[in-house]
Every structure is written in C-alpha cells, then in structure tokens.
Design a protein around this ligand. Structure first.
Ligand code: AMP
Length: 213
C-alpha cells in the first residue's frame, strides 16, 4: 500500500507514521526529516534548504522532488511506503504521479488528518523532539519529562520552526499551497479524511480501517 499523509503541520502525521511503521514495517519517507538531517550534516542540500525552513517557507519543488524520486527508487519502497510532508504543492503531486507511473507504481490512498487551528498552534509550540532517537513528545502531556527522552535518555529540543511566529507562517503556507491537494486526491477518488483531534490510538484505528490492515 502506497500512502500519502496529508494535514497541516502539527496534525499528527509523524506520530501516525510511527505507528504505521511499527505495525507494518513499511518505510516512512518524511521530506522534513530528510531535510533536517541534511541541515544537521551541513550537506549542500542542507545549506540550500536551511533558510527556507527557518522562515517556515517551502523548499523549491525541484530540490524536494529530486530527493523523493531517489528515495522511492530504493528497493525497500517497492513493497509500500508512507509519504509524510510530501507532496506539498500541485507541482509536487503531479511530479510524484509521473515518477511513480514510470516505475509502474501509484498512490493507493491519501489520508488527510484534520485538526483545528488553535489546537495545532498549541501542539506545535509544545512539541519537543529527542536529539538522539527522534521520538516526538508533547509538553501538554503532564507525564512527559522535558529534561530527557523516556525511550533513550537523549536530550529533548524544540525544532527551530516550532516557535509561534514560524508556526503561523507555516500554517498560512499550508493553506495557500498544500490544502488544495485535498481536492487533487479527492478528484482521484482516493482521499480519506479523518478527525485528528482525538487520542493517537483512536486516530490510528481509523487509519487501520482505511488501509484495511
Ligand atoms: P515538516 O517536518 O514536514 O513540517 O517540514 C519542515 C520544513 O521542511 C517545511 O516547513 C519546509 O521548509 C521543508 N519541507 C518539508 N517537506 C517539504 C516539501 N514537500 N516541499 C517543500 N518544503 C518542504
């Protein structure tokens, strides 16, 4: 099953993707994660992307499309994949369909996780990520210890683009460039919208029903 996860930043795409990987073992392709790693490693791709990311703007289509194409060409993507944070523009969606068509593949389902704006701003500004293992935490959860990762003991940090001003910019970029993709996938008859403002496992039960696994 080849799946696209849609939804505003902070809707819970990464969290649901983690559960899907744990359940089905199919690769999770997050352009945000790939770009953040490139920035941390100081590669030419990272140097090109950093300014856009810090401002909450989109990295140019050509750059992102190139990196997704080469990731999809790896052998582990043949048995299904989860795309998270890609496509984000019409141009990316069309390029994705073309690239998959050339490989004899297609997107089977686009799952849109819908969450109210105020909830998203609160979630994102409270989000912390483990520097070592990448696990995501919310400071809204009173059981979370902000000083260290409960899974590996690593240090928790706030993403540079999770500050309130950048979050608001990312949301307006989402409304302008990415929200129209819901119609793109609806017109293909493969859109499934779910309410993401519920406990993680309740949302995941809906994902399972859609994927049929
Ligand atoms: P994310 O972790 O998906 O919220 O992505 C973080 C940032 O990486 C975004 O705000 C963009 O600057 C950049 N980015 C990630 N995916 C894409 C994409 N598909 N197209 C353009 N920029 C992207």
């Amino acid at each position: 099953m080849n799946i696209v996860l849609l939804g505003a930043p902070g809707a819970g795409k990464g969290t649901q993707a983690e559960k899907m990987i744990a359940a089905w073992g199919i690769p999770h392709i997050s352009t945000g994660d790939i770009l953040r790693k490139a920035v941390a490693d100081g590669t030419p791709l990272g140097m090109q992307a950093k300014g856009y990311m810090d401002r909450g703007e989109l990295v140019p289509d050509l750059v992102v499309i190139g990196l997704v194409k080469s990731r999809l060409a790896e052998s582990d993507a043949r048995d299904g994949f989860i795309l998270d944070g890609f496509p984000r523009t019409d141009g990316q969606a069309e390029a994705l369909d073309r690239a998959l068509g050339e490989m004899g593949m297609k997107i089977d389902a686009a799952i849109s996780i819908d969450v109210d704006r105020d909830v998203i701003v609160r979630r994102l500004t409270s989000r912390r990520t483990c520097k070592s293992c990448g696990k995501i935490y919310s400071l809204l959860d009173p059981t979370v210890d902000p000083s260290k990762c409960a899974a590996c003991g690593g240090e928790l940090y706030q993403r540079d683009d999770d500050t309130e001003a950048t979050v608001r910019n990312r949301l307006s970029v989402y409304d302008r460039s990415t929200a129209p993709l819901v119609d793109y996938y609806r017109s293909k008859g493969i859109l499934h919208a779910i309410d993401g403002d519920r406990p993680v496992d309740t949302v995941f039960a809906d994902v399972r029903r859609i994927v049929g696994r």
